[in-house]
Design a protein around this ligand. Structure first.
Ligand code: HEC
Length: 299
């Protein structure tokens, strides 16, 4: 217990991290490993030792038997320290002496013995009382070890700190219609094309975006829900469910929504054959902003 307390105290002092947060990188790992190794070796040695002693005992008893038989004497088993200990721990009354502790009631031949609690049980009982004193002192009076509640709070604080670090290390750019700007980025548009194909947008809009009986033409300048990037993104995200356009916001990652929006925008003016007639209002893009550095910084 002393060794355990020392190690625990050391661990508390040397680092704020709990051992299980990063076992491999913990500074006390070698110490713990050695303790574990010693522990395992001790147990194995004890097991082997006990078996050896048992075998030796058996051989010795056999020899004694043999000796007694040769001398024509009755073999009397020696009282070993072990059998003495077992006797002391149990203090059971031998069957031959049970008459002495018999209580004088008898139910249909079932008699009761006035046996005392075995000493091992009583020692255990006193032991728990002693342990409770140690516990009280360590956890409540000297407060040298934290209670479960404090341990819990500590773990939570650690986890929150880790989550905070993780968040800080990978700032998320919110992708929504409010902050979205079109970038003519070929890789994003290519990704958007894959999203378009994988989600069968073409089943309603045709793979070239020309439109069919269900979905409108996505390549012309006429839009039912607005042709600005923010409008297109919002239409794809929220859908026009009563008109047959599903809402993709729940099914797709924001990045995919953005990329497929870019792809749809890149279709503009591609003039596929047999495209569907324009629907909705003509959309004229606002004049290009001369300064885009703000936008770049905010993305
Ligand atoms: C089940 C058929 C269907 C599927 C699949 C579908 N759409 Fe649509 N989509 C429509 C319909 C119908 C409309 C027109 C809604 C209306 O009339 O208001 C539409 C409208 C749109 C619009 C707005 C067009 C405008 O004129 O304002 C965009 C952009 C669009 N879809 C993109 C997509 C993308 C991207 C996908 C795949 C992720 C997709 N659609 C999948 C049926 C579909």
């Amino acid at each position: 217990m002393l060794a355990g307390l020392t190690v625990a105290a050391l661990a508390q002092e040397s680092t704020n991290d709990s051992f299980w947060d990063d076992p491999a990188g913990h500074p006390l790992l070698p110490v713990y490993a050695i303790i574990l190794l010693v522990f395992i070796t001790a147990i194995l040695t004890a097991v082997v030792g006990i078996y050896l002693i048992k075998i030796l005992n058996l051989l010795a008893t056999q020899a004694e038997h043999e000796k007694a038989r040769k001398l024509g004497k009755v073999y009397v088993p020696k009282i070993t320290w072990w059998s003495a200990l077992v006797q002391k721990l149990n203090a059971s009354v031998p069957v031959a002496e049970e008459k002495n502790i018999e209580l004088d009631h008898n139910y249909d031949g079932i008699r009761e013995l006035d046996n005392h609690l075995p000493p091992w049980w009583k020692w255990l009982f006193w032991g728990t009382i002693g342990w409770s004193a140690i516990y009280l002192f360590v956890f409540h009076l000297s407060k040298s070890l934290p209670l479960s509640e404090a341990e819990y709070q500590h773990e939570i604080a650690l986890a929150e700190e880790q989550a905070r670090k993780l968040k800080a290390s990978q700032p998320v750019t919110a992708i929504d219609e409010a902050a979205l700007e079109f970038t003519n980025d070929v890789t994003l548009i290519e990704k958007g094309k894959v999203v378009f194909m994988n989600n069968n947008c073409g089943s309603c809009h045709r793979n070239d975006g020309g439109g069919n009986t269900i979905g409108p033409n996505l390549t012309d300048d006429y839009w039912l829900h607005g042709g600005d990037i923010k409008n297109i993104f919002a239409t794809i995200k929220n859908g026009a469910i009563e008109k047959g356009m599903p809402a993709w916001g729940k099914a797709m990652k924001p990045e995919d929504l953005r990329d497929v929006t870019f792809f749809v925008m890149s279709l503009k003016g591609s003039n596929p054959q047999n495209a569907k007639a324009p629907q909705g209002d003509l959309f004229k893009p606002a004049p290009e902003k001369s300064d885009t550095t703000d936008v770049q910084a905010s993305l």
